[in-house]
Design a protein around this ligand. Structure first.
Ligand code: T1G
Length: 694
């Protein structure tokens, strides 16, 4: 237990006691902090010389909420509601002085205070829903009383913070202190002490819904926007309890909170909260390594990927040189980028001035000479090894000595590409996902010779363009596509055995994926996968037959599904069933109904098995990294944690046994349980045990 006096410093400023919270890095309300704050409050409120109390945070935050790491463990008193009760029973004013982040239990504590002051840049939020919870210290009862139902519901069901201006305008806070926050709070506390009435939020009138259907309507909208997530609806139930007397509403919230903490969804989302942060930590590269500055970027190839990547830099104000083989292709690429921005402006996402500002940052050229000034060059041409080697040999000649040379290949050997230069230590893979200006994941591919500084710079750069970087090693398909390929192989086999494309897709969308493999193939274009399989000598007889029948997906009006003109809605197509039946007959496959559970196991377990091999080979540093790749790159539902977390929920022994039976049934070596999976299953271990936090 850390020193209470250090974690909460109590200082007297005249008749005001200032309690400073100091639990770096974000003043999470750990048990130690709660206990020390309670002690500080009790002594200040009992001290006759103290007329008022100020609670303020040290470091970069007021309070970022409850300590998420403590959930799932026995809860030790005092809990936050007890701290708030102490404040609400006080006869002296208690003032919250906020800066940085005032989130979750931190904002709830502040709403338990008599007055709330904040520095101009402060952000206020109830992000509990993002970890499958709801405010559990009175936020669902006090926030609506302060800001009304609409804003309270938006903040609690969405989890996004609001800024100080909006907080002041909505009544959440009483004052913005532009100068010295501590001094401002002390002055306000003294004024309040001189005042008659202490204002408690719990005593404010509860807002009345505009009509009896208000909450039902809100739930219906949420159900569409938050498909599969349970917490948003539970949040509405809690806020609706504001129709009860305050303490009954509070008890309702507490009961719902206790249920939510124990839910599988919250366990998965809490796991994912830390997995996402762990993915930033690269052993051997100090987290405070100062990233090199990228003042000019360059992208080679103005196709779908190249254009999207260039937008990522223009979006954050970094000039980017866009290189194409000829003027016509260049203008076509730049035209696509402008249309993306115009579409976003139509949706109100930016102004015409924004469009022009970003377009002005994208300089098109057909000459490599312009690359001499670039700090970073990203090659994004189509997947052809010879072409990529040629480009890197040219870059080796024209790029400045310390430039980062990156390839966006999604599966080719990054080491072979690096070997085309005399500076492989400066070569790295930056694998973006389509559409690159939207998808948040970037697989940062560390080659055998890539130097640590380039790895650190690439991770930091990806965060700078608002991406989620995950470090991976070099292998065919890196982490994401390698596991996707294992799933795709099984999807093909399931069709042979009797499942229909829509049944396979339905099993995954019911599981929580936005789309199944066949609808996704039709969206991406089936010829892309066909070419990649040809290059790797892979035979997927049904998938190949579909393409050879001229069915390329949405772009040709038919693929696995058929599409009405102008529609993207996948419609089952008897023509596809006929192709599948013909291939199955040719291969002598016995067809039978395949139920949803089997489809799910057949698709997900081989992926998990490939994940275990990826960990064994060190291609991924931690199971959590694999989960971050799948949630941000492939639509794995975050409320299921990711494939490796999910495996632990199912139980590794069960997965081992199922895989072993699949391997026997299909005589398929790739389905043999990976040694790591076997070992963990035999020792009762879990992938989570490999994720130990520093
Ligand atoms: N608990 C434990 N650790 C936390 C934490 C928290 N609430 N917030 C941050 N950390 C750690 C994080 O793991 C990382 O550690 C370091 O702090 C820096 O974080 C009763 C039930 C505040 C906006 O959901 O959104 O209150 O990895 O890298 O980008 O109703 O952290 O370095 O070892 O994210 O500057 C509600 C969660 C809790 C807020 C800062 N609160 N935190 O972002 O830094 S539930 C939240 C954030 C609750 C009550 C309920 C962000 C941030 P490490 P970081 P950042």
């Amino acid at each position: 237990m850390s020193d209470p006096a250090a974690i909460v410093r109590s200082e007297r400023q005249g008749a005001v006691c200032v309690l400073t919270l100091d639990n770096p890095p974000v003043n999470a309300m750990s048990h130690a902090l709660r206990a020390a704050l309670k002690a500080g409050l009790d002594s200040a409120l009992a001290d006759p010389e103290v007329a008022a109390v100020v609670i303020i945070g040290a470091g970069r935050s007021f309070i970022a909420g409850a300590d998420i790491g403590e959930f799932g463990k026995p809860r030790a008193a005092p809990l936050t509601p007890a701290l708030i009760a102490t404040i609400e029973q006080a006869q002296k004013p208690v003032v919250a002085a906020m800066h940085g982040n005032a989130l979750g239990g931190g904002l709830e504590l502040a709403m338990g205070c008599h007055l709330r002051l904040a520095a101009p840049q402060t952000r206020f939020g109830q992000p509990e829903v993002k970890i499958g919870l709801l405010p559990g210290a009175g936020g669902t009862q006090r926030l609506p009383r302060l800001v009304g139902l609409d804003l309270a519901l938006e903040m609690i069901t969405g989890g996004e913070p609001i800024d100080a201006e909006k907080a002041l305008a909505s009544g959440l806070i009483d004052e913005i202190v532009a100068g010295d926050l501590r001094a401002g709070a002390i002055a306000t506390a003294l004024r309040a002490a001189a005042g008659k009435q202490l204002r408690r939020v719990r005593d404010l009138a509860a807002p009345v819904p505009p009509d009896p259907e208000y909450f039902a309507r809100y739930r219906a909208q949420l159900a569409k926007r938050k498909r599969g997530l349970m917490a948003p609806d539970v949040c509405v139930t809690a806020v609706a309890a504001t129709s009860l007397p305050f303490d009954e509403g509070l008890a309702r919230e507490q009961a719902l909170f206790a249920e939510a903490v124990a839910s599988d969804q919250s366990k998965a989302l809490r796991y994912f909260f830390f997995a996402e942060r762990d993915a930033n930590k690269i052993p051997g590269i100090p987290s405070e390594t100062k990233p090199r500055d990228i003042s000019t970027a360059a992208v080679i190839g103005a196709g779908t990927m190249g254009g999207g990547i260039a937008m990522c830099f223009a979006n954050i104000g970094v000039p980017v040189i866009l290189v194409e083989a000829n003027e016509e292709a260049l203008q076509r690429g730049i035209g696509v980028v402008r249309r993306h921005y115009e579409a976003s402006a139509k949706r109100g996402g930016m102004t015409p001035a924004d469009i022009e500002r970003r377009m002005a940052l994208i300089k098109g050229t057909t000459s490599y000479d312009a690359l001499a000034e670039a700090d970073l060059v990203i090659e994004a041409v189509f997947e052809d090894m010879a072409l990529k080697k040629e480009i890197f040999a040219t870059l080796d000649r024209v790029a400045k000595p310390d430039a980062i040379l990156a390839t966006n290949t999604s599966y080719l050997d990054t080491n072979a590409i690096a070997a085309a230069t005399r500076r492989p230590e400066n070569v790295v893979g930056l694998h973006f996902f389509s559409p690159a200006n939207v998808m948040r994941l970037v697989e940062v591919v560390r080659g055998a010779r890539t130097q640590p500084g380039i790895v650190a710079a690439s991770m930091a750069l990806a965060r700078k363009i608002r991406k989620i970087p995950v470090l991976v090693g070099v292998c065919d398909g890196f982490v994401g596509n390698r596991m996707l390929s294992a799933r795709g192989r099984e999807a093909e086999r399931l069709l042979l055995e009797g499942a229909a494309p829509q049944e396979v897709d339905r099993a995954l969308t019911d599981f929580g994926f936005p789309m199944g493999p066949f609808a996704m193939g039709d969206l991406a274009g089936l010829d892309v996968g066909y070419r990649a399989r040809r290059q790797r000598g892979l035979d997927w007889p049904i998938a190949d037959a579909i393409v050879e029948a001229g069915r390329l997906g949405q772009k040709s009006g038919a693929g696995w599904y058929r599409y009405e003109t102008g529609s993207r809605t996948p419609l089952p197509d008897p023509a596809t069933d006929a192709i599948i039946a013909t291939v199955a007959q040719r291969l002598g496959a016995t067809r039978r109904p395949v139920d949803r559970e089997e489809i799910l196991a057949r698709l997900l377990y081989p992926m998990i098995n490939e994940g275990a091999r990826i960990l064994e080979e060190g291609i991924a540093l931690r199971p959590g990294d694999i989960d971050v790749v799948w949630v941000y790159g492939y639509g794995w539902p975050s409320y299921r944690g990711g494939p490796m977390f999910y495996a632990d929920q199912i139980g590794l022994a069960a997965i081992r046994d199922q895989l072993a039976s699949f391997a026997r049934r299909f005589d398929e070596k790739a389905l043999e349980p990976a040694p790591l999976l076997r070992r963990l299953a035999e020792t009762g271990g879990s992938f989570a045990s490999l994720q130990a936090r520093e």
